[in-house]
Design a protein around this ligand. Sequence first.
Ligand code: GTP
Ligand code: MG
Length: 376
Amino acid sequence: DSSLTVKKLAEKLEVEPNSLMQELIGLGIMATINQELDEDTIEVIADEYGYEVTTEPEEEIKEEDLGLNELVQDIEDNPEDLQDRPAVVTVMGHVDHGKTTLLDVIRKANVTASEAGGITQHIGAYQANINGDKLTFLDTPGHEAFTSMRARGAQATDITILIVAADDGVMPQTVEAINHAQAAEVPIIVAINKIDRHNAQPERVKQELTEYGLVPEEWGGDTICVPISALKKENIDGLLEMVTLVAEMEELKANPDRPANGVIVEAELDKGRGAVATVLVQNGTLKIGDSIVAGLSHGRVRAMIDDQGERIEEAGPSTPVEVLGFNSVPQAGDLLQVLEDEKEVRNLAEDRQSKKRQQDLGQKQTVSLDDLFEQI
Ligand code: GTP
Ligand code: MG
Protein backbone atom coordinates (compact mmCIF):
# COMPACT_ATOMS: atom_id res chain seq x y z
CA ASP A 1 0.00 0.00 0.00
CA SER A 2 3.05 2.24 0.17
CA SER A 3 2.86 3.75 -3.27
CA LEU A 4 2.95 7.15 -4.82
CA THR A 5 2.30 8.46 -8.31
CA VAL A 6 5.11 9.85 -10.43
CA LYS A 7 3.51 13.25 -10.21
CA LYS A 8 3.31 13.26 -6.41
CA LEU A 9 6.84 11.95 -6.00
CA ALA A 10 8.12 14.71 -8.29
CA GLU A 11 6.36 17.28 -6.14
CA LYS A 12 7.78 15.78 -2.97
CA LEU A 13 11.29 15.78 -4.32
CA GLU A 14 10.79 19.19 -5.87
CA VAL A 15 11.85 18.08 -9.34
CA GLU A 16 10.18 18.23 -12.75
CA PRO A 17 8.00 15.17 -13.50
CA ASN A 18 9.74 14.91 -16.88
CA SER A 19 13.14 14.66 -15.25
CA LEU A 20 11.76 12.00 -12.93
CA MET A 21 10.35 10.03 -15.87
CA GLN A 22 13.77 10.17 -17.53
CA GLU A 23 15.31 8.72 -14.40
CA LEU A 24 12.71 5.96 -14.44
CA ILE A 25 13.53 5.14 -18.04
CA GLY A 26 17.13 4.83 -16.92
CA LEU A 27 15.92 2.14 -14.55
CA GLY A 28 14.00 0.44 -17.34
CA ILE A 29 10.62 1.68 -16.15
CA MET A 30 8.40 3.36 -18.72
CA ALA A 31 6.02 5.22 -16.46
CA THR A 32 3.18 7.64 -17.11
CA ILE A 33 2.68 10.66 -14.90
CA ASN A 34 -0.16 9.09 -12.93
CA GLN A 35 1.46 5.71 -12.58
CA GLU A 36 1.89 4.38 -9.08
CA LEU A 37 5.44 3.56 -8.06
CA ASP A 38 6.31 0.97 -5.45
CA GLU A 39 8.40 1.55 -2.37
CA ASP A 40 11.64 0.11 -3.73
CA THR A 41 11.48 2.22 -6.86
CA ILE A 42 10.76 5.34 -4.81
CA GLU A 43 13.78 4.65 -2.66
CA VAL A 44 16.09 4.23 -5.65
CA ILE A 45 14.76 7.40 -7.28
CA ALA A 46 14.96 9.46 -4.11
CA ASP A 47 18.53 8.29 -3.75
CA GLU A 48 19.31 9.49 -7.28
CA TYR A 49 18.22 12.96 -6.23
CA GLY A 50 20.42 12.92 -3.15
CA TYR A 51 17.78 12.04 -0.61
CA GLU A 52 18.19 9.27 1.86
CA VAL A 53 14.87 7.61 2.52
CA THR A 54 14.41 6.55 6.11
CA THR A 55 11.67 4.17 7.07
CA GLU A 56 11.17 5.74 10.45
CA PRO A 57 9.95 9.27 11.00
CA GLU A 58 12.96 11.49 11.43
CA GLU A 59 13.52 12.33 15.04
CA GLU A 60 14.77 15.82 15.40
CA ILE A 61 18.23 15.85 16.91
CA LYS A 62 18.25 18.08 19.91
CA GLU A 63 21.10 20.43 20.63
CA GLU A 64 21.68 18.69 23.95
CA ASP A 65 22.38 15.45 22.11
CA LEU A 66 25.03 17.17 20.06
CA GLY A 67 26.64 18.61 23.17
CA LEU A 68 26.67 22.11 21.76
CA ASN A 69 25.88 23.62 25.12
CA GLU A 70 27.59 21.46 27.69
CA LEU A 71 29.85 22.33 30.53
CA VAL A 72 33.07 20.49 29.74
CA GLN A 73 34.45 21.11 33.19
CA ASP A 74 31.80 20.70 35.80
CA ILE A 75 33.95 20.98 38.87
CA GLU A 76 32.48 19.66 42.11
CA ASP A 77 32.79 22.21 44.89
CA ASN A 78 33.91 21.23 48.37
CA PRO A 79 31.17 22.10 50.86
CA GLU A 80 33.63 24.22 52.87
CA ASP A 81 34.31 26.41 49.82
CA LEU A 82 30.66 27.36 49.47
CA GLN A 83 29.42 30.83 50.41
CA ASP A 84 25.98 32.44 50.44
CA ARG A 85 24.93 33.94 47.13
CA PRO A 86 22.02 36.24 46.20
CA ALA A 87 18.83 34.60 44.95
CA VAL A 88 17.99 35.05 41.28
CA VAL A 89 14.38 36.16 40.91
CA THR A 90 12.43 36.13 37.63
CA VAL A 91 9.19 38.04 37.15
CA MET A 92 6.81 36.22 34.85
CA GLY A 93 3.22 36.70 33.83
CA HIS A 94 0.79 37.42 31.06
CA VAL A 95 1.23 40.35 28.66
CA ASP A 96 0.42 43.70 30.30
CA HIS A 97 -0.04 42.28 33.77
CA GLY A 98 2.71 44.59 35.06
CA LYS A 99 6.11 42.82 34.93
CA THR A 100 8.08 45.80 33.71
CA THR A 101 6.30 48.24 36.02
CA LEU A 102 7.09 46.06 39.02
CA LEU A 103 10.74 45.62 38.06
CA ASP A 104 11.08 49.36 37.53
CA VAL A 105 9.57 50.14 40.92
CA ILE A 106 11.91 47.70 42.68
CA ARG A 107 14.88 49.04 40.80
CA LYS A 108 14.12 52.72 41.34
CA ALA A 109 13.55 52.20 45.03
CA ASN A 110 17.05 50.81 45.19
CA VAL A 111 19.21 53.18 43.22
CA THR A 112 19.99 56.68 44.39
CA ALA A 113 19.10 59.58 42.15
CA SER A 114 22.70 60.01 41.04
CA GLU A 115 23.10 56.34 40.24
CA ALA A 116 19.84 56.33 38.34
CA GLY A 117 21.22 59.06 36.11
CA GLY A 118 24.21 56.85 35.42
CA ILE A 119 22.17 54.04 33.95
CA THR A 120 22.59 54.63 30.28
CA GLN A 121 21.80 51.39 28.61
CA HIS A 122 19.26 48.73 29.14
CA ILE A 123 20.50 45.67 30.98
CA GLY A 124 18.33 42.59 31.16
CA ALA A 125 19.16 41.96 34.78
CA TYR A 126 19.99 43.91 37.91
CA GLN A 127 20.76 43.52 41.58
CA ALA A 128 18.88 45.24 44.37
CA ASN A 129 19.49 45.55 48.08
CA ILE A 130 16.40 44.53 50.01
CA ASN A 131 16.66 45.01 53.78
CA GLY A 132 20.33 44.15 53.71
CA ASP A 133 19.92 41.13 51.43
CA LYS A 134 21.00 41.26 47.83
CA LEU A 135 18.57 39.92 45.23
CA THR A 136 19.19 39.54 41.51
CA PHE A 137 16.23 40.30 39.27
CA LEU A 138 15.99 38.95 35.75
CA ASP A 139 13.97 41.00 33.33
CA THR A 140 13.40 38.36 30.70
CA PRO A 141 11.90 39.94 27.61
CA GLY A 142 8.77 37.86 27.29
CA HIS A 143 9.15 34.17 27.87
CA GLU A 144 11.52 33.64 25.01
CA ALA A 145 14.81 33.73 26.83
CA PHE A 146 13.39 31.71 29.68
CA THR A 147 11.92 29.13 27.33
CA SER A 148 15.13 28.71 25.40
CA MET A 149 17.10 28.50 28.62
CA ARG A 150 14.88 25.75 29.89
CA ALA A 151 14.95 23.94 26.57
CA ARG A 152 18.73 23.98 26.88
CA GLY A 153 18.63 22.72 30.40
CA ALA A 154 19.89 25.95 31.91
CA GLN A 155 18.40 26.67 35.26
CA ALA A 156 18.82 30.39 35.72
CA THR A 157 16.26 31.29 38.33
CA ASP A 158 15.79 30.45 42.01
CA ILE A 159 12.42 32.11 42.62
CA THR A 160 9.60 33.09 40.27
CA ILE A 161 7.35 36.03 41.00
CA LEU A 162 4.18 35.19 39.11
CA ILE A 163 2.35 38.43 38.42
CA VAL A 164 -1.38 38.22 37.76
CA ALA A 165 -3.49 41.31 37.09
CA ALA A 166 -6.47 41.29 39.43
CA ASP A 167 -8.73 42.78 36.77
CA ASP A 168 -7.82 40.18 34.18
CA GLY A 169 -7.14 36.96 36.05
CA VAL A 170 -5.25 33.85 35.00
CA MET A 171 -4.48 34.02 31.26
CA PRO A 172 -2.64 31.71 28.81
CA GLN A 173 0.83 33.08 29.54
CA THR A 174 0.11 32.89 33.25
CA VAL A 175 -0.48 29.17 32.82
CA GLU A 176 2.65 28.87 30.68
CA ALA A 177 4.68 30.56 33.41
CA ILE A 178 3.22 28.23 36.05
CA ASN A 179 4.15 25.23 33.91
CA HIS A 180 7.71 26.47 33.43
CA ALA A 181 8.25 27.16 37.10
CA GLN A 182 6.69 23.88 38.21
CA ALA A 183 8.70 21.84 35.69
CA ALA A 184 11.89 23.50 36.89
CA GLU A 185 10.80 23.10 40.52
CA VAL A 186 11.24 26.78 41.18
CA PRO A 187 9.18 28.21 44.07
CA ILE A 188 6.42 30.56 42.95
CA ILE A 189 5.34 33.69 44.79
CA VAL A 190 2.15 35.16 43.38
CA ALA A 191 1.86 38.93 43.10
CA ILE A 192 -1.75 39.85 42.53
CA ASN A 193 -1.29 43.18 40.77
CA LYS A 194 -3.46 46.16 39.89
CA ILE A 195 -5.49 45.95 43.09
CA ASP A 196 -5.98 49.71 42.76
CA ARG A 197 -8.33 49.13 39.83
CA HIS A 198 -12.05 49.40 40.49
CA ASN A 199 -12.72 46.09 38.77
CA ALA A 200 -9.97 44.20 40.62
CA GLN A 201 -11.05 40.75 41.83
CA PRO A 202 -8.15 39.31 43.83
CA GLU A 203 -10.28 36.52 45.30
CA ARG A 204 -11.24 35.36 41.82
CA VAL A 205 -7.54 35.21 40.88
CA LYS A 206 -6.86 32.97 43.88
CA GLN A 207 -9.77 30.75 42.92
CA GLU A 208 -8.43 30.42 39.37
CA LEU A 209 -4.92 29.62 40.62
CA THR A 210 -6.17 26.63 42.58
CA GLU A 211 -7.02 24.98 39.26
CA TYR A 212 -3.29 24.88 38.55
CA GLY A 213 -2.24 23.47 41.88
CA LEU A 214 -1.46 26.82 43.49
CA VAL A 215 -3.50 26.94 46.68
CA PRO A 216 -3.08 30.17 48.69
CA GLU A 217 -1.69 29.88 52.21
CA GLU A 218 -4.79 31.52 53.66
CA TRP A 219 -6.84 28.71 52.12
CA GLY A 220 -4.65 26.03 53.66
CA GLY A 221 -2.22 25.64 50.77
CA ASP A 222 1.42 26.65 50.51
CA THR A 223 1.34 29.34 47.86
CA ILE A 224 2.22 32.83 49.03
CA CYS A 225 -0.09 35.41 47.42
CA VAL A 226 0.64 39.10 47.88
CA PRO A 227 -1.80 41.76 46.66
CA ILE A 228 0.07 44.73 45.18
CA SER A 229 -0.23 47.73 42.96
CA ALA A 230 2.95 48.21 41.01
CA LEU A 231 1.63 51.46 39.59
CA LYS A 232 0.70 53.01 42.95
CA LYS A 233 3.70 51.36 44.66
CA GLU A 234 1.39 49.63 47.14
CA ASN A 235 2.67 46.73 49.22
CA ILE A 236 5.89 46.29 47.21
CA ASP A 237 7.70 45.99 50.56
CA GLY A 238 5.35 43.20 51.56
CA LEU A 239 6.11 41.33 48.36
CA LEU A 240 9.87 41.77 48.70
CA GLU A 241 9.72 40.60 52.29
CA MET A 242 8.20 37.33 51.10
CA VAL A 243 10.85 37.02 48.40
CA THR A 244 13.70 37.44 50.90
CA LEU A 245 11.99 34.97 53.22
CA VAL A 246 11.81 32.31 50.51
CA ALA A 247 15.37 33.14 49.42
CA GLU A 248 16.64 32.51 52.94
CA MET A 249 14.87 29.17 53.11
CA GLU A 250 16.53 28.11 49.86
CA GLU A 251 20.02 28.48 51.42
CA LEU A 252 21.63 29.31 48.11
CA LYS A 253 25.37 28.81 47.92
CA ALA A 254 28.19 29.03 45.42
CA ASN A 255 31.97 28.95 45.33
CA PRO A 256 33.42 32.33 44.31
CA ASP A 257 36.99 30.95 44.19
CA ARG A 258 36.86 29.02 40.96
CA PRO A 259 36.63 29.69 37.23
CA ALA A 260 33.20 31.04 36.40
CA ASN A 261 30.27 29.47 34.68
CA GLY A 262 27.01 31.15 33.92
CA VAL A 263 24.24 31.64 31.42
CA ILE A 264 23.65 34.11 28.61
CA VAL A 265 20.52 36.11 29.46
CA GLU A 266 20.53 38.14 26.28
CA ALA A 267 23.01 39.14 23.60
CA GLU A 268 23.21 41.45 20.64
CA LEU A 269 25.58 42.93 18.13
CA ASP A 270 26.47 46.49 19.06
CA LYS A 271 27.82 48.69 16.28
CA GLY A 272 30.64 50.15 18.31
CA ARG A 273 31.33 47.41 20.81
CA GLY A 274 30.80 44.21 18.85
CA ALA A 275 29.06 41.25 20.47
CA VAL A 276 27.64 42.25 23.85
CA ALA A 277 26.22 39.57 26.11
CA THR A 278 24.38 39.96 29.39
CA VAL A 279 25.68 37.12 31.50
CA LEU A 280 24.38 35.84 34.78
CA VAL A 281 27.35 34.39 36.63
CA GLN A 282 26.11 31.28 38.41
CA ASN A 283 29.21 29.93 40.05
CA GLY A 284 32.79 31.07 40.41
CA THR A 285 34.09 34.53 39.56
CA LEU A 286 34.37 35.94 36.05
CA LYS A 287 37.41 38.15 35.50
CA ILE A 288 38.81 40.44 32.85
CA GLY A 289 41.07 38.42 30.55
CA ASP A 290 39.27 35.09 31.14
CA SER A 291 38.97 32.81 28.11
CA ILE A 292 35.28 32.15 27.61
CA VAL A 293 33.05 29.95 25.51
CA ALA A 294 29.25 29.98 25.21
CA GLY A 295 27.48 27.79 22.68
CA LEU A 296 29.15 28.42 19.33
CA SER A 297 30.89 31.63 20.44
CA HIS A 298 34.17 32.16 22.19
CA GLY A 299 36.54 34.93 23.16
CA ARG A 300 38.28 36.70 26.00
CA VAL A 301 36.62 38.98 28.52
CA ARG A 302 37.71 42.43 27.30
CA ALA A 303 35.46 44.49 29.54
CA MET A 304 32.61 44.01 32.00
CA ILE A 305 29.89 46.51 32.86
CA ASP A 306 27.61 46.13 35.85
CA ASP A 307 23.92 47.06 36.17
CA GLN A 308 24.87 50.58 37.23
CA GLY A 309 26.79 51.13 34.01
CA GLU A 310 30.14 50.91 35.82
CA ARG A 311 33.13 49.04 34.50
CA ILE A 312 34.13 46.23 36.81
CA GLU A 313 37.05 43.81 36.99
CA GLU A 314 35.31 40.79 38.50
CA ALA A 315 31.80 39.39 38.80
CA GLY A 316 30.94 36.78 41.44
CA PRO A 317 28.03 34.32 41.80
CA SER A 318 24.53 35.63 40.97
CA THR A 319 25.95 38.81 39.45
CA PRO A 320 24.45 40.02 36.19
CA VAL A 321 27.04 41.65 33.98
CA GLU A 322 27.53 42.82 30.41
CA VAL A 323 30.45 41.03 28.83
CA LEU A 324 32.43 42.32 25.86
CA GLY A 325 34.88 40.16 23.96
CA PHE A 326 32.92 37.38 22.25
CA ASN A 327 33.91 36.74 18.63
CA SER A 328 30.24 36.31 17.67
CA VAL A 329 26.86 36.80 19.31
CA PRO A 330 25.94 33.88 21.58
CA GLN A 331 22.30 32.88 22.06
CA ALA A 332 20.15 33.50 25.10
CA GLY A 333 20.28 30.32 27.14
CA ASP A 334 23.81 29.37 26.09
CA LEU A 335 25.95 28.28 29.01
CA LEU A 336 29.09 30.29 29.53
CA GLN A 337 32.24 28.79 30.91
CA VAL A 338 35.81 29.79 31.48
CA LEU A 339 38.52 27.45 30.21
CA GLU A 340 42.29 27.41 30.51
CA ASP A 341 43.25 29.57 27.53
CA GLU A 342 42.15 31.00 24.20
CA LYS A 343 43.14 27.89 22.32
CA GLU A 344 40.87 25.69 24.41
CA VAL A 345 37.82 27.88 24.05
CA ARG A 346 38.42 28.28 20.31
CA ASN A 347 38.80 24.54 19.82
CA LEU A 348 35.61 23.82 21.72
CA ALA A 349 33.60 26.46 19.85
CA GLU A 350 34.94 25.29 16.47
CA ASP A 351 34.20 21.68 17.32
CA ARG A 352 30.63 22.64 18.15
CA GLN A 353 30.31 24.68 14.97
CA SER A 354 31.33 21.76 12.81
CA LYS A 355 28.93 19.43 14.62
CA LYS A 356 26.18 21.97 14.06
CA ARG A 357 27.05 22.25 10.35
CA GLN A 358 26.98 18.50 9.94
CA GLN A 359 23.61 18.34 11.62
CA ASP A 360 22.19 21.10 9.43
CA LEU A 361 23.43 19.35 6.29
CA GLY A 362 22.24 15.96 7.43
CA GLN A 363 18.76 17.17 8.08
CA LYS A 364 18.34 18.68 4.64
CA GLN A 365 19.34 15.46 2.92
CA THR A 366 17.01 13.01 4.56
CA VAL A 367 13.36 12.66 3.85
CA SER A 368 11.26 10.11 5.63
CA LEU A 369 9.03 7.67 3.86
CA ASP A 370 6.22 9.04 5.98
CA ASP A 371 6.94 12.47 4.60
CA LEU A 372 6.85 11.09 1.09
CA PHE A 373 3.53 9.37 1.52
CA GLU A 374 1.85 12.15 3.39
CA GLN A 375 -0.74 13.58 1.00
CA ILE A 376 0.14 16.91 -0.49
P1 GTP B 1 4.54 43.14 28.60
O1 GTP B 1 6.00 43.43 28.78
O2 GTP B 1 3.96 43.77 27.39
O3 GTP B 1 4.20 41.69 28.70
O4 GTP B 1 3.73 43.85 29.81
P2 GTP B 1 4.16 43.94 31.32
O5 GTP B 1 3.70 42.72 32.02
O6 GTP B 1 5.58 44.32 31.44
O7 GTP B 1 3.22 45.12 31.82
P3 GTP B 1 3.61 46.62 32.06
O8 GTP B 1 4.41 46.76 33.29
O9 GTP B 1 4.15 47.22 30.83
O10 GTP B 1 2.17 47.21 32.39
C1 GTP B 1 1.12 47.19 31.44
C2 GTP B 1 0.16 48.32 31.75
O11 GTP B 1 -0.46 48.12 33.01
C3 GTP B 1 0.84 49.68 31.82
O12 GTP B 1 -0.01 50.64 31.24
C4 GTP B 1 0.98 49.91 33.31
O13 GTP B 1 0.98 51.27 33.64
C5 GTP B 1 -0.25 49.23 33.84
N1 GTP B 1 -0.08 48.77 35.21
C6 GTP B 1 0.95 48.06 35.72
N2 GTP B 1 0.78 47.85 37.03
C7 GTP B 1 -0.37 48.44 37.35
C8 GTP B 1 -1.09 48.57 38.58
O14 GTP B 1 -0.70 48.12 39.66
N3 GTP B 1 -2.27 49.24 38.52
C9 GTP B 1 -2.76 49.79 37.38
N4 GTP B 1 -3.91 50.41 37.42
N5 GTP B 1 -2.10 49.69 36.22
C10 GTP B 1 -0.92 49.02 36.21
MG1 MG C 1 7.14 44.36 29.99
